[in-house]
Design a binder for this molecule. Sequence first.
Ligand code: SF4
Length: 192
Amino acid sequence: MDNYEQLIAGFERIGTLIRKLLWENSFNVGLNPIQLQILFFCKQQNKRKVYPTKLSEFFGVSLPSLSDSLNSLIKKGLIKKTKDKSVKRISYISLTRKGQKLLKELSNWDAPLKNVLNKIDNEEIKNSYHFLLTFLRELLDIGMMQHLRMCFTCQYLSINQNGEPEYFCNFLESTLKKEQLRIDCPDHLRKE
Ligand code: SF4
């Protein structure tokens, strides 16, 4: 393939569709998409503390730009701030019960996409996923993407390069098939 315009046009269309689904779902519950994504992020962290700096890194926006969204979520009772016991001047945020309940209600926001993916040949999906990982890694390498919590940038990943690469996650203590490599992993520990 030597004409990437069509491929990029495809990415653009998918990005637009995902944004549209996020807009629809967030507006239905009185939020904006970034607020909804903050809630998703907190959920993915499970019991880990979410510091505002972590959020600002993840979303690639400054702390002041995030603070309106955080304050609004706190006002709506969907997240709460808690002072860190070890470093008193720092607070972390977490979902409230109300926030967890809301996310449960919204858990099918991406169902239309998953339904379509279910119709496509699984091998084709695995290959596409591998391509996506490679593409994202290249974008990271040249600095066009930042702070992806993907396996390729994680201290826990070991790669055996004899022939077909074999992947092992030292955190999960498990081998990873190439289609199990993660793009956004809450256990990610960035390589120095
Ligand atoms: S901790 Fe997560 S990101 Fe790191 S290697 Fe394991 S699965 Fe990949």
